[in-house]
Design a protein around this ligand. Sequence first.
Ligand code: E4P
Length: 220
Amino acid sequence: MKFFVDTADIKQIEELIPTGFVDGVTTNPSLIAKNGDDMAKTIKAICSIVSGPVSAEVTATDFDSMLEEGKYLASLAKNVAVKVPLTMHGLKVCKALREQDTKVNVTLCFSATQALLAAKAGASFISPFVGRLDDIGEKGMDLIEDIVVIYENYGFETEVLVASVRTSQHVIDAAVIGAHVATLPPKVIHELYEHPLTKKGLDAFLDDWKKTGQSILPKK
Ligand code: E4P
């Protein structure tokens, strides 16, 4: 399972890269706004330190402008995946960009039929938003399950990118289902390795070790 980092904050990405589990990055207009810096500059900077796909989202809503924005975003770096919304124009732009071999992430997916259409349009990634479905009382993970089965049934190559992830349980559920990717806010990434028993155990080991008066490295 691949992990993307769901942020436009370069410092947070830099901190996570040495762990080896940053397979890509996703941004959206809200994350770019939160980060506060120029979008093109931010995307270029992220692409220079992350070798996997970096999603950059269009903000136009009509076909021509969306395609123009998508081509521009794709020109910023080789690993940009252009993010388009799941609308009729977005799907058309997806098809057009895929014909030019540009990676496309179709976002704001809330139903299996939407996911089916995105795959037929050749999307590289489909982004179903599990947290936002949970927020309205639905089970976001049921959608992931359906999409994974549908894509397997027809051999679609579109990768299921679980988005709007809020908890480590979302990550476990997505992994059990077999989703290809989960995009995680840095906060959730840190929750994945933290465990109270790890901390308790480490504290006890270090206390006992201190009592021995030893040091592992030979004294200089
Ligand atoms: C990423 O591709 C999505 O834009 C993001 O995961 C949405 O997350 P949110 O629902 O927490 O805003």
